[in-house]
Design a binder for this molecule. Structure first.
Ligand code: HEC
Ligand SMILES: [Cu+2]
Length: 345
């Protein structure tokens, strides 16, 4: 085998291997695949993708086909190396036909794109009665407010299935981007401006979300979850969320609350207590959350204790800073805080 064909073979192998890796990554990312659409907005966007891909493949095959045909058909044959074939200059008819064909293809791509853009603008009436949510990006977590329901929560968004959710997207600091791949495409979250997005989940399920605009140290850890519920379950969730934080009962919990009110309260709120901080997530119902730290850890006692002991170790750059409020915690303090926070169902 000569060097040229060896090179070609190597390139081909690398190409196949990278394709294989892509497909693997794709399988692993199952929870965030834009091909597994679970709502009308994502479905419309996927439709635009397939449609555009089909046209691009068609173009590649026709242009490439003519190109390879020409390469083979008009290659120099043995004995003809010195002769120059017949020369011609342009062909007005072919050029006009190509311009018209390009315009038609552009139109064919533009129509479904425009349709998708109009759909994304605002939830159409036939999709149902929308529910309003204000989603606020913070370094590095998400705040979710339901202005019509008087609820504020963080990192785990609950929505009714089969009803459109109409978002106002805001930022508390820098650029972020809001993305729930199975429900809708990305939308930038821009400081000093309200961006709009809406989506609807077809049925009760759980979805993964992720910030997709680089926003600092823990950008990659700025995830969130979306739970869609049957309407009755959603109503129950709303009733629970409207309640104040539960009163501590066990001595540990009582102790935990007292420690909480000596510093944690300057950054966190727990409804019904004097804690009204707004720097960090609202913790009124923290015990009912499945995850911790914007959906990067399971909300277990061990993880929570580690989080309180060493917030930066658990999440690089974490703006939860206990030195700022002069809190030095013993192991007993941490255990008491865990008992208190987990009781906040
Ligand atoms: C200087 C402000 C500040 C102080 C003081 C502070 N926190 Fe935080 N806390 C934050 C911020 C900001 C976050 C969000 C971090 C992230 O996910 O990037 C956070 C996150 C948390 C979370 C995770 C919430 C969730 O929904 O995942 C818990 C639990 C928590 N803090 C508990 C505490 C406790 C207990 C104390 C007191 C010992 C405390 N915090 C003190 C700012 C603070
Ligand atoms: Cu980000």
């Amino acid at each position: 085998m000569n060097t040229k064909s060896k090179r070609l073979l190597q390139t081909l192998l690398v190409f196949c291997y990278s394709l294989f890796l892509q497909f693997n990554a794709f399988a692993l990312m199952d929870g965030m695949s834009t091909f597994d659409v679970q709502g009308p907005v994502a479905r419309e966007q996927l439709h635009v993708f397939w449609w555009t891909l089909a046209i691009v493949v068609f173009l590649t095959l026709t242009v490439g086909g003519v190109f390879f045909y020409t390469l083979i058909r008009f290659r120099s044959k043995p004995g003809e190396e010195d002769s120059v074939p017949e020369q011609s200059h342009g062909n007005a008819n072919v050029e006009i036909a190509l311009i018209i064909a390009s315009c038609i293809l552009l139109l064919v791509i533009a129509v479904p794109n425009a349709k998708a853009l109009f759909l994304m603008e605002a939830p159409p009436k036939e999709e149902g009665e929308p529910i309003k949510v204000v989603a606020i990006g913070h370094q590095w977590w998400w705040e979710f407010q339901y202005p019509d329901l008087g609820i504020t929560t963080a990192n785990e968004l609950h929505i009714p299935a089969g009803r459109p959710v109409d978002f106002d997207l805001k930022s508390a600091d820098v650029l972020h981007s809001f993305w729930v791949p199975k429900l809708a495409g990305k939308m930038d979250v821009v400081p000093g401006q309200i961006n709009k997005i809406w989506f609807k989940a077809d049925k009760a399920d759980k979805f993964y979300g992720q910030c997709t605009e680089f926003c600092g140290d823990s950008h990659a850890n700025m995830r969130f979850l979306v739970y869609s519920h049957e309407q009755a379950d959603f109503d129950q969730w709303v009733r629970d969320q409207k309640k104040d934080g539960v009163k501590p009962e066990s001595p540990d919990q009582v102790n935990g609350q007292q420690i909480f009110m000596k510093g944690c309260n300057s950054c966190h709120a727990v409804k019904g207590t004097g804690a009204m901080g707004v720097v960090g997530p609202d913790l009124t119902h923290f015990g009912s959350r499945e995850t911790l730290g914007s959906a990067i850890y399971d909300n277990t006692d061990e993880n929570l204790a580690k989080w309180i002991r060493d917030p930066k170790g658990m999440k690089p750059g974490n703006l939860m800073n206990l030195e700022q409020v002069n809190m030095v915690l013993s192991d007993r303090d941490v255990n008491a805080l865990v008992a208190y926070l987990k009781s906040l169902k």
